[in-house]
Every structure is written in C-alpha cells, then in structure tokens.
Write a protein that binds this ligand. Sequence first.
Ligand SMILES: NC(=O)c1ccc[n+]([C@@H]2O[C@H](COP(=O)([O-])OP(=O)(O)OC[C@H]3O[C@@H](n4cnc5c(N)ncnc54)[C@H](O)[C@@H]3O)[C@@H](O)[C@H]2O)c1
Ligand SMILES: [Zn+2]
Ligand SMILES: [Zn+2]
Length: 341
Amino acid sequence: MKSIAIKNLKEFEIKEIEEPKSDGQKVIIEVKKAGICGSDIHYWVEGQPTGLVLGHEYCGLVIDPGNRKDLHIGDRVTALPLSPCGHCPACHAGNIQYCPETWDHAAGLSLDNPGALAPKMAIRPDMVIKVPANISDEEVAMVEPTAVGLHAINLANLKIGDKVLIIGGGIIGLVSAMFAKKAGASYIAISETNKARGQKAVDLGVADAWFDAKDPEIINKFMQQTQYGFDVVIECCGNDPAVSTSLMGVKPGGKVVLVGVATKAITIPTVLAVMHEVTVQGSIAYTKAEFETCIELMNKKQIDVTPFISDTVSLEEVQTAYERLTSGQDDAIKILVDPNR
Ligand SMILES: NC(=O)c1ccc[n+]([C@@H]2O[C@H](COP(=O)([O-])OP(=O)(O)OC[C@H]3O[C@@H](n4cnc5c(N)ncnc54)[C@H](O)[C@@H]3O)[C@@H](O)[C@H]2O)c1
Ligand SMILES: [Zn+2]
Ligand SMILES: [Zn+2]
C-alpha cells in the first residue's frame, strides 16, 4: 500500500509499504483521519530517521480486532501511541507516559510501527479505545493533542483567577489555553513569532491577548499587564528563546510547565529560576485516564476543538502541508490527512 515516509531534510516520499497482516494480537484499522503534529515536524525538519511513516493522532475503523474480544469489524477507534513495558515503577503507578520504553516502539514514531500516514495501520491492542458515535472522525483525530494540553494544565495546578502565559500558539498551545480557561484562569496571553497564529488565538477566543515574541520589549509589556509576572507559564515551542522567556515572564514563586520538545540541549538563565524560586515542571503526553477524559469531554460537548482544524489533505499533499505549517506566516493550526482520499 501507499504511504508517506521521511526521505531527507524537509522531504517526504510516497513509499510502498507492506499492508499490516493479522497476527491474532494487533488491532488493524483503516485510517479515516490522521493529524500532523508539531513533534512530527521535528522529524521532518531533521530528515531522520529515513523511512519513518509518521501519524500518531488518528481515527480509524477496525478491520481486524486482533485479540480484543470487545471490538468488532467497523468499530470506530483511536489509540494512545505509547508502548509501555507494563512492569516498571512508572507503569505500576499508572504513569505509562514516562515508562523508559514507552517511545521505543511508539506507533507512528518508530520505524517498526508505521503510523497513520498510510491507508491502514496495526496497533498494539491494549492502547486502542473505542469512541462514541457522537464525536466526528476529525474530533477523534484531535483527542491525542488535546490530551497533551489537558496533562500540561493538570500538572500546572492552576488556581481560579491565575494569569497564564502560553508560549507558542500551535495546537498544543491552543488546547492548553482552552483548558487553562476551563480551569479558571482570569487572563490568558499567547506569545507567538507567527503574527497570523497569534491573532488567530485571540480571534478564536482562546486567548485574551497575543504578544509578538520577537518584540524586544515583550518582558516589559508582560510586567505592565500582570504587575509581577504570570502565575503560570506553559512553554509549547521547545526552543532556547521560548524557555528563556518562560523564566522571565513567570512571577516570583510561579510555575513554568515545559511541554515543547527540544531536540538538542538549550541554554537557559537558571539564575532566574533560583532567585525567584520558580518551579519548573516537565510534561510529557498524558495518562490513559486523561486521554479518556478528552473523549468524554468531546462526547458531552464540553470542549470543541474543531475550530483548530484548518484543512484536510491527501497523502500527496502532505509535503505541501508541512511546508505551510512551517512557513512562519500561515494561520493554519492543525492539518488533518485522509490517507484514503
Ligand atoms: N510534551 C509533549 O507531550 C508534547 C506533545 C506534543 C507536542 N509537543 C511539542 O510541543 C511543541 C508544540 O507542538 P505543536 O504541535 O503546537 O507545534 P507547532 O509547531 O504547531 O507550534 C509551535 C508554535 O510555536 C511558535 N514559536 C516558535 N518559536 C517561538 C518563540 N520563541 N516564541 C513564541 N512562539 C514561538 C511557532 O510559530 C508555532 O506556531 C513542539 O515542540 C512539540 O514537539 C510536546
Ligand atoms: Zn502529537
Ligand atoms: Zn514501564
């Protein structure tokens, strides 16, 4: 079958790969919609590893239920891309997101488990979740990034009335802003290098204001707005200036949640964290319970992530979609792929 695979720096190729075969264990799905994630962009920018078939946010229809006796052909499902070992202390505590093995064989993020940028895919059965009929295919494909935002805001321990700064207005920043508002934030600001995305965050109503991350006066402007800084900063970029801005924008005694994935070591002014006793909290993925909470919130129409979906494209259009998402000027947030289009 046809797939999209990493070929080189910022380059995909259409690649023939083997169709997933029934093994009595894995669940095989026909992919309906798959999301392009900021983490996928890191792989594409670096052109590594070649041959990787991305796609870890998706909605699909069961073709083969594998060992899942509760699933039937035609059921609509999604899945956690994680691949936890099941026996380490993190797994025993329910924190499969930081099991040391969880990313080694993650579907759509590892060479041995091709992802959803292909018409069909095989999934580790215990990660598959059946979804209610009330949620559209597009929303189902958005559960994974939505859960990333929920986990970050749960770890932020927001208090009602808190002022929150979100650095980076991609999908992770926007869903974090959405949950910060639900958690009672009184003021939410977004810092962005892309003006179109910054403005869109305000137009969509998820942020009260946006600030140009390239403005040399940005920290002064933050202080004018908040007096002593933000109670909580959620960093959703994973680069040096963004992490530094987090430490400069947070109030003394405040909390910075690092969600952005930096692909190399970055230098940060730790003295600010020391002098202001800032709490720095890492946040990776989500627990299974949080993933299921997002499905439930969508089912009950308590959250609506559809305004963050900008487009749906075919496999042939994936290369152009990535170029659009990295142009630094386009206002597209989440682009979905329909690999059977
Ligand atoms: N921790 C996790 O579990 C997890 C999960 C998913 C994604 N991520 C990471 O979170 C980050 C965001 O993901 P996304 O899908 O929203 O990506 P994205 O690329 O769509 O969004 C990032 C945004 O940050 C903006 N930006 C870049 N540098 C900036 C700066 N210095 N200041 C302000 N804005 C800046 C970009 O213009 C872009 O709009 C990525 O690093 C991704 O790898 C982490
Ligand atoms: Zn993702
Ligand atoms: Zn484990």
